[in-house]
Design a protein around this ligand. Structure first.
Ligand SMILES: [Zn+2]
Length: 288
């Protein structure tokens, strides 16, 4: 009788201990995912595993670096893709309403959360800029760059690609992709960024008296290509709405080189389209 009471107490104590240790772990995990991380199907690892763009850490091996990166290898809805214009089916329209932002710029080196994708120059924007797709509105969070481009248009890469990352209230993601080609004149927004590049990887600057007019890099009216894809960096989470603009923006050769020297090459190769369709449509500026 006494023995069974002792066992009972031991059992209660052990259950308590397990419960406490589990909830502590959960608290830590919640802290690590932070407020601006997003809901993804894959579990979030305590520490992101290092990845890169060449050799053993390169795109072909991302899936084997960590179980959390499995979708990078197994996913059937991955990005980027090659967009074949003639095969895109006509669809709906989209709109964006971009405002002015102060320049909060970082040369990211490690992935702290999903919205800070590592290995790029990234600008975190002030609140207020939105993108509307169907009846859903997404807020612009940040934009960043890849050199050369990740998406291909009719089998061709461009020298640079900008990803404008948006998130809706339900945490789902939409990325607008703007491709850059070489032109004679400097792009004014890129000039401001280059002048304020952080000194080194892992550093960031917040320059409150330099403003970017976000509309500058967006055409008033444009054709766009839509498909459902993924993040182009580990963990390659899927169900991301992609809108790739069909009209290119221009940057000078020196500007493209300035970005490329800092971050390139940081482009994931194109992925199989599989069962997905690409739709074409119009994107317009202004609130809906
Ligand atoms: Zn990107």
């Amino acid at each position: 009788m006494i023995r069974s009471k002792i066992f009972q107490r031991l059992f209660v104590l052990m259950t308590l201990a397990i419960f406490v240790s589990c909830s502590t772990k959960q608290d830590q995990a919640e802290e690590q995912t932070s407020a601006d991380s997003v809901a993804v199907a894959a579990p979030v690892s305590a520490r992101p595993v290092h990845w890169g763009y060449d050799g053993e850490d390169g795109p072909a091996n991302w899936a084997s670096l960590s179980p959390v990166y499995a979708l990078c290898g197994e996913g059937k809805g991955q990005s980027p893709i090659n967009i074949v214009k003639s095969q895109a089916k006509s669809s709906a329209t989209w709109s964006f309403d971009y405002k002015t932002t102060s320049l909060r710029i970082a040369h990211t080196e490690h992935m702290d959360d999903i919205l800070d994708n590592g290995h790029t120059i990234q600008v975190t924007v002030d609140e207020g800029s939105t993108f509307t797709f169907g009846d859903k509105t997404y807020s612009l969070i940040q934009f960043h760059f890849h050199t050369p481009s990740e998406h291909m248009i009719d089998g061709k890469n461009l020298p640079m690609e900008m990803h404008l990352v948006h998130q809706s209230d339900d945490k789902s993601l939409a990325v607008v992709s703007v491709l850059f080609e070489e032109g004679k004149e400097e792009n004014p927004n890129l000039a401001k960024m280059i002048a304020n590049f952080p000194a080194a990887k892992g550093e960031s600057n917040h320059i409150t008296d330099v403003n970017l007019e976000l509309k500058v890099n967006m055409p008033d009216h444009n054709e766009a290509f839509h498909y459902v894809g993924s993040l182009t960096t580990p963990p390659c989470s899927e169900s991301v709405q992609w809108l790739v603009l069909g009209k290119f923006r221009k940057a000078s050769a020196a500007q493209i080189k300035a970005f490329s020297d800092r971050i390139g090459p940081n482009n994931r190769p194109v992925q199989a389209l599989n069962e997905r369709a690409v739709e074409s449509g119009d994107i317009t500026q202004g609130s809906k």
